[in-house]
Ligand binder design. Structure first.
Ligand SMILES: [Zn+2]
Length: 155
């Protein structure tokens, strides 16, 4: 019996199992509503899972000017960097661009006028709306609820 051959086969089987497991968990962010309620604070849950909107000027991130990254509070995905942030004067943290692939979009009709809603593409959590009155180079304004962003300053 060739033991080294057997071990190699077992090893490959384990690697394939591990790879398919991580592929699966990366594709499907399976958390129930109950899990989300446990993980998030009520204010975060209201925005992220129920598409609520925080009060203007309520987020400390409005005045955040340090270098760093803005992560989704639901799953820690990087959505924005400080280089994409600008002072819109609207009372919500605003960005003119986002980290490629980090956001998904849909149109909502909550206020009759159609708005482009965006959410984290990893966990599906709602973050804000995008408007066409931002600065160059994109001309877009990603109006984000600060309560569902986690700021990580560069060290
Ligand atoms: Zn997320």
């Amino acid at each position: 019996m060739d033991y080294s051959n057997l071990n190699r086969r077992e090893f490959i089987t384990k690697v394939v199992m591990l790879m398919s497991a991580s592929f699966y968990s990366g594709k499907v962010f399976a958390m129930t509503d109950k899990d989300w309620k446990k993980k998030l604070r009520p204010e975060e849950y209201d925005v992220l899972r129920k598409e609520g909107t925080e009060r203007p000027n309520s987020s400390a991130l409005n005045n955040e000017k340090r270098d760093g990254d803005y992560l989704c509070v639901g799953c820690d995905s990087k959505l924005f960097t400080s280089k994409m942030k600008f002072d819109s004067g609207t009372g919500w943290p605003s960005f003119f661009d986002y980290v490629p692939g980090s956001l998904g979009f849909k149109t909502d009709f909550k206020i009759v006028i159609p708005r482009k809603e965006y959410h984290c593409s990893t966990c599906g959590g709602h973050h804000g709306h995008v408007f066409k009155d931002g600065p160059q180079p994109t001309g877009l304004r990603y109006c984000n609820n600060g309560i569902v962003l986690k700021f990580m300053p560069k060290v």
